[in-house]
Design a protein around this ligand. Structure first.
Ligand code: CA
Length: 233
């Protein structure tokens, strides 16, 4: 079995030590960077399977690292480490293309579960057979194999997570999914009981790219008090 590589970008040495120790114990290979610039360089050169990214870093901060990575077309899962209660940071981080966040102080068990879920999600996407990989809704075409969605012939430039969310909803058109269900099935969090607002942020971002008028969505519809569904026509 090939070992998965996790890049830790964090300037607090004791946190890096704890993360490195526990990740290696779980069988991961680790890389460490103590500032944002080095983190970005390692992310680009070493192509890790996941990045644990602190936000407050010397030099380039975590937001800039994440945004630059996405601007360069890298879809490596990014798990942001934020200080407690920094709600704005979480939302901004997700907006900039991070996949997930975990709040300091975190439990090692939870962190390892998140790392595993985010790496597994990518592996599952890559393992899908190419046959039923194309969903055609006329103006909108979703190609899971090639990893893109296009509307009116133009690539929507979705992030990995947005594409997975759209694909999941579109593959089950008309069926309403609660935020909880989407957390479990798109984010791969089994029995997730925490914050589900990440789903709303992802839906909002997806609508901005997908809908003619994001305020009056035509594809991703909200069912009040229930969740979201994809409307075919
Ligand atoms: Ca820091």
């Amino acid at each position: 079995m090939d070992r998965k590589k996790v890049l830790i970008v964090e300037d607090e040495k004791n946190i890096v030590d704890i993360l490195r120790f526990n990740l290696q114990k779980e069988g991961y290979e680790t890389l460490e960077a103590y500032d944002g610039t080095t983190g970005l360089t390692l992310a680009l050169e070493e192509n890790p399977d996941l990045i644990l990214l602190d936000l407050m870093l010397p030099g380039m901060n975590g937001f800039e690292v994440c945004k630059t990575l996405r601007d360069k077309g890298r879809s490596t899962p990014v798990l942001i480490i934020t200080a407690r209660e920094a709600e704005k940071d979480k939302i901004l981080g997700l907006d900039l293309g991070a996949d997930d966040y975990i709040t300091k102080p975190f439990s090692i068990r939870e962190l390892l579960a998140r790392v595993k879920a985010n790496i597994r999600r990518v592996a599952m996407v890559q393992a899908e057979p190419p046959a039923e990989n194309r969903l055609d809704f006329g103006r909108l075409v979703i190609d899971k194999g090639a990893g893109f969605a296009a509307k009116d012939g133009e690539n929507l430039e979705l992030t990995q997570r947005e594409l997975e969310l759209l694909t999941y909803l579109a593959s089950n058109a008309g069926k309403v999914f609660s935020r909880q269900e989407l957390m479990e099935r798109v984010w791969n969090y089994e029995g997730y009981v925490g914050d589900v607002r990440g789903v709303d942020v992802a839906v909002r971002r997806l609508r901005e790219k997908l809908e003619d008028n994001p305020a009056q969505p035509r594809y991703i519809i909200t069912r009040r008090g229930a969740g979201y569904y994809f409307q075919k026509d």
